[in-house]
Design a protein around this ligand. Structure first.
Ligand SMILES: C[S@@+](CC[C@H](N)C(=O)[O-])C[C@H]1O[C@@H](n2cnc3c(N)ncnc32)[C@H](O)[C@@H]1O
Length: 257
C-alpha cells in the first residue's frame, strides 16, 4: 500500500521566507514599496516588469497586487524557489510568466519572449554574480528597457574601502538589528529555513536539481562597492544613475534608460 506524502504548505513557506529575509533587511517592505512608487510615477497603468532573480516571486507579488493591470516576467534559476512562486501566485494567472534562466550564462536573455519592459527590478540577488557577470548583465538590461524605462537594484552595496568606520558601523548595526528581529518575529536564519524546507519529501527531485545548478563550492557572495554598481550602470548606457533609497548600506540603485 502506498503512503500518501503530505504536500508542503506552500503559503506558509513563503511567509517564513519573507520573515527570514526581513530579519536581514528590516525595511524590506519599504524597499519594495519605494520600487512600486517609482514604477507608478513612470506613468503606465499596466506596467510591464521584469523581476530579476525573483526567488518565490517576491517583487512580482507586490507589483501585481499594486497594479491590477500590470504584468511581470519572473526570472530565476533555482527550481525550488520557482516552485514556491508558481504554487503561491496562481491567482495572478497570465499576468505572471515564470522563466527559468541562469544569469551566469550570457545567453539568458534568449529565454525571454518579450524585450520591451518598463522596469527591471531586482532585490537581494545580484550579489551572487561576479563583477564581470554583473557588468554584462547591466548592459543586457539596458537593451531590455524602453526609453525612459528604469532598472532598480535593491541590495546591500558596500561603502568605499577607505571608509573604515562606516563599514564597521554598517556591520554592527545590521548584526544587531538582525538579532533583534529574529527574537521579535521568530524568524529563521537562511540556513535553517533551507534545511527545514529540504526535509519536505516531495521536494527531493527539485533539491537535487538545485544542488546541481548551484554547487556549494561555487557559491560566493560578492560584496561590491556602491561605486562599482554605479559605474557599471553608467557604462551600460543608462542616462542617469544614482541611489534613490538607502538604509545603512542597503540601497536601491536606480538607472534611467
Ligand atoms: C536572496 S534571494 C532573493 C529573492 C527575491 N528577489 C527576494 O527578494 O525575495 C536571491 C535569488 O537570486 C537567485 N539567483 C542567484 N544566482 C542566480 C543566477 N545565476 N541566475 C538566476 N537567479 C539567481 C536565487 O536563486 C535566489 O532566488
Amino acid at each position: 500500500m502506498s503512503v500518501r506524502r503530505p504536500r508542503p504548505r506552500w503559503h506558509d513557506w513563503v511567509e517564513r521566507w519573507d520573515r527570514q529575509q526581513t530579519a536581514y533587511i528590516p525595511h524590506r517592505e519599504q524597499r519594495f514599496e519605494t520600487m512600486c512608487d517609482i514604477v507608478a510615477a513612470l506613468g503606465p497603468k499596466d506596467p510591464k516588469v521584469l523581476d530579476l532573480a525573483c526567488g518565490p516571486g517576491s517583487i512580482s507579488r507586490r507589483v501585481l497586487d499594486r497594479f491590477p493591470r500590470g504584468r511581470s516576467v519572473a526570472v530565476d534559476f533555482d527550481p525550488v524557489l520557482l516552485e514556491l512562486g508558481r504554487r503561491t501566485l496562481k491567482r495572478f494567472g497570465e499576468r505572471i510568466r515564470w522563466v527559468e534562466a541562469d544569469l551566469r550564462d550570457a545567453t539568458w536573455t534568449n529565454r525571454l519572449t518579450s524585450r520591451r519592459f518598463d522596469a527591471v527590478l531586482s532585490t537581494t540577488a545580484l550579489h551572487w554574480l561576479t563583477p564581470a557577470e554583473l557588468t554584462r548583465t547591466y548592459r543586457q538590461l539596458r537593451t531590455l528597457l524602453r526609453r525612459g524605462g528604469v532598472v532598480m537594484n535593491g541590495d546591500s552595496m558596500a561603502f568605499e574601502r577607505r571608509m573604515l568606520a562606516f563599514r564597521q558601523l554598517a556591520r554592527d548595526v545590521n548584526h544587531t538589528r538582525t538579532r533583534a528581529a529574529r527574537i521579535e518575529t521568530n524568524a529563521e536564519d537562511w540556513d535553517t529555513w533551507w534545511r527545514r524546507l529540504r526535509a519536505e519529501p516531495t521536494l527531493a527531485p527539485l533539491f537535487a536539481l538545485r544542488d546541481e545548478r548551484f554547487p556549494k563550492e561555487h557559491h560566493t557572495e560578492h560584496d561590491l562597492l556602491e561605486g562599482f554598481h554605479e559605474t557599471a550602470l553608467k557604462e551600460a548606457g543608462f542616462r542617469e544613475v544614482g541611489v534613490i533609497w538607502q538604509d545603512i548600506d542597503n540601497r536601491i540603485l536606480l538607472g534611467i534608460a
